[in-house]
Design a protein around this ligand. Sequence first.
Ligand SMILES: *[C@@H]1O[C@H](CO)[C@@H](O)[C@H](O)[C@H]1NC(C)=O
Ligand SMILES: *[C@@H]1O[C@H](CO)[C@@H](O)[C@H](O)[C@H]1NC(C)=O
Ligand SMILES: *[C@@H]1O[C@H](CO)[C@@H](O)[C@H](O)[C@H]1NC(C)=O
Ligand SMILES: *[C@@H]1O[C@H](CO)[C@@H](O)[C@H](O)[C@H]1NC(C)=O
Ligand SMILES: *[C@@H]1O[C@H](CO)[C@@H](O)[C@H](O)[C@H]1NC(C)=O
Ligand SMILES: *[C@@H]1O[C@H](CO)[C@@H](O)[C@H](O)[C@H]1NC(C)=O
Ligand SMILES: *[C@@H]1O[C@H](CO)[C@@H](O)[C@H](O)[C@H]1NC(C)=O
Ligand SMILES: *[C@@H]1O[C@H](CO)[C@@H](O)[C@H](O)[C@H]1NC(C)=O
Ligand SMILES: *[C@@H]1O[C@H](CO)[C@@H](O)[C@H](O)[C@H]1NC(C)=O
Ligand SMILES: *[C@@H]1O[C@H](CO)[C@@H](O)[C@H](O)[C@H]1NC(C)=O
Ligand SMILES: *[C@@H]1O[C@H](CO)[C@@H](O)[C@H](O)[C@H]1NC(C)=O
Ligand SMILES: *[C@@H]1O[C@H](CO)[C@@H](O)[C@H](O)[C@H]1NC(C)=O
Length: 510
Amino acid sequence: MRTRIAISLSPLILLLSFRVVLSQLPLRGTLLNCGASSASEIGGIKWLSDDPYISYGVPKNLSISGLLPTLSTLRSFPFKASDVPCKFCYTIPVFRNATYLVRTTYYYGGPGSPPVFDLIVDGTFWTVVNTTGDYANNASSYYEGVFGARGKHLSVCLGVNVYTESDPFISALEVILLENSVYNATDFTKNAMGLIARSNFGSTGATVGYPDDNFHRFWHPVTGIMNSTSSNQTISASGFWNLPPENVLSTALVADPDKIMELQWPPVSLSNSSYYIALYFADTLFSSSRTFSIHINENSFYNNLEVTSSGLMIFSSIWNLSGSTKIILLPGSTLPPLINAGEIFGVFPVKGLTITRDVIALESIKKGILNPPTNWNGDPCLPREYSWIGVTCSEGDKIRVVSLNLSSMGLSGTLSPSIGNLTALTTISFANNNLTGPIPELSRLKLLEKLHLQDNQFIGDIPPSLAELKSLQELFLQNNNLTGEVPPGLKTKPGLNLKLLPGNHFSQPR
Ligand SMILES: *[C@@H]1O[C@H](CO)[C@@H](O)[C@H](O)[C@H]1NC(C)=O
Ligand SMILES: *[C@@H]1O[C@H](CO)[C@@H](O)[C@H](O)[C@H]1NC(C)=O
Ligand SMILES: *[C@@H]1O[C@H](CO)[C@@H](O)[C@H](O)[C@H]1NC(C)=O
Ligand SMILES: *[C@@H]1O[C@H](CO)[C@@H](O)[C@H](O)[C@H]1NC(C)=O
Ligand SMILES: *[C@@H]1O[C@H](CO)[C@@H](O)[C@H](O)[C@H]1NC(C)=O
Ligand SMILES: *[C@@H]1O[C@H](CO)[C@@H](O)[C@H](O)[C@H]1NC(C)=O
Ligand SMILES: *[C@@H]1O[C@H](CO)[C@@H](O)[C@H](O)[C@H]1NC(C)=O
Ligand SMILES: *[C@@H]1O[C@H](CO)[C@@H](O)[C@H](O)[C@H]1NC(C)=O
Ligand SMILES: *[C@@H]1O[C@H](CO)[C@@H](O)[C@H](O)[C@H]1NC(C)=O
Ligand SMILES: *[C@@H]1O[C@H](CO)[C@@H](O)[C@H](O)[C@H]1NC(C)=O
Ligand SMILES: *[C@@H]1O[C@H](CO)[C@@H](O)[C@H](O)[C@H]1NC(C)=O
Ligand SMILES: *[C@@H]1O[C@H](CO)[C@@H](O)[C@H](O)[C@H]1NC(C)=O
């Protein structure tokens, strides 16, 4: 089970009390205001039009007054029922091996219920996007995750699934570079994390984001039945690997003297899975310290933690939880326990990647075909249920394209020579289409067993190298417009099922 948690925000008020501090580090990454026709600057953050990052969908303006600028435009993705499942992908430039915060934001703005669809990052299914509940409350929703960049691009896709009843849409997409130390206990080559809650305990202020947080993470205020406390001193966050904002550390929820603090947190019921939990503590009194123990439900998380005014973070990169969750602080000193901030993410494995060389070759084949199948978007192989129509792939970490079966699809155009780079292919069938141009050079396809190109309009000679393909068992070329001599090696190739006629115009050997 994945974590399927949407975090809702009111779209009708400004989220953050923006303090534009000139010395603040700029955000590094790509922030897209989807559907906007031009760039804009809002609260010190530069938003770009999403147009250069995607080749699908239609931009829309919402005519609702008072919306946050990023919510007032969106991109929506019309689809044909016959293409389901299919995915629509943004391609964002990234630094290989760096860690990124990815946040997608939604505010539907239309009549009726918003569509429900899938969210996919780099071929890994992340979550189902269901904003129905938030939208009924006039709220926007966001989904946030942390992903490692495994290549020079990161793809973020909206997937149309069987439960998608109208066009998927997106209001904003943020891909923000995190510093190396942030969440670094997680191996992002194997796992990704989906945010469930990020809380600023004891704060009565607004949600904290950029510029207080260098990475525009949102820290939502949480008060409760407990007393809150705040500090007058500046707590340096530099010793915390996750770099929480200083003002988040300066407020806390505090237990009553000699009482246990029991906090229902996160506020949602969790699916049985593994979680990353980071809790932040700092004594809010000057030069003070206090000791307490932390339990999560019935399990001990940390014993006799000594918290001073310079603060500390304790975390677990894998902690199994299920259902409703309680953080319990047990006093161990005169001063009562307190808690300043917390983050919890669901941890899930990332899938392999289709090797880049095969992706590039398939993209060229797509360009050569005038009317490629409309679901040929994003990664060709992943997620499995979203692989390109007619494309079959291998299993494992380094995924290869092993067969192309695109017979009788009404395709026209030419067959790109790049098909000769798909060296793991065992089967190629483009039978019964309207393809023209020459048959490409396939001499490097050592594993090729079947080549079916019959009933098209291919022209030119049969490449003589086909006779050298050791594995080739079926070669069907009838009903094209081929000419020249039939390579002599083909006719004598043992075990080859060869069909050349009718319909071609071969010359006799001289
Ligand atoms: C949305 O509004 C902007 C500015 O008012 C305009 O330039 C753009 O063409 C509009 N887009 C659509 C799809 O109507
Ligand atoms: C990324 O990490 C992989 C494996 O850890 C390593 O082989 C590669 O050199 C790294 N690439 C860059 C650009 O740092
Ligand atoms: C979406 O969420 C609503 C309520 O939040 C629920 O009633 C509906 O069944 C969900 N839709 C899907 C397809 O999961
Ligand atoms: C949402 O907004 C509409 C129009 O402004 C209003 O009629 C409705 O009561 C609001 N719903 C909620 C749950 O706030
Ligand atoms: C995480 O970053 C901190 C600070 O740079 C470093 O001390 C620590 O060793 C890193 N941890 C891992 C697992 O890389
Ligand atoms: C808050 O703190 C005060 C003073 O320490 C105490 O009297 C009170 O019981 C605490 N709890 C609540 C819920 O107010
Ligand atoms: C913080 O300072 C103000 C005045 O500067 C004072 O009134 C307040 O009591 C102080 N609060 C704490 C928690 O020390
Ligand atoms: C959670 O799933 C594991 C197997 O993945 C199972 O052993 C365990 O009993 C489950 N826990 C709960 C509370 O359902
Ligand atoms: C946590 O759950 C995973 C599977 O979800 C399991 O492999 C692992 O052993 C569990 N760890 C503990 C400490 O229970
Ligand atoms: C080829 O194109 C013609 C004209 O567009 C069309 O009538 C025919 O059905 C097509 N053949 C195939 C096999 O798609
Ligand atoms: C095949 O791949 C190589 C290296 O990746 C590239 O240089 C070449 O242009 C490709 N050939 C075709 C026909 O695309
Ligand atoms: C076959 O090729 C010849 C010469 O290249 C051309 O004149 C003819 O129109 C082609 N026929 C078809 C059906 O494509």
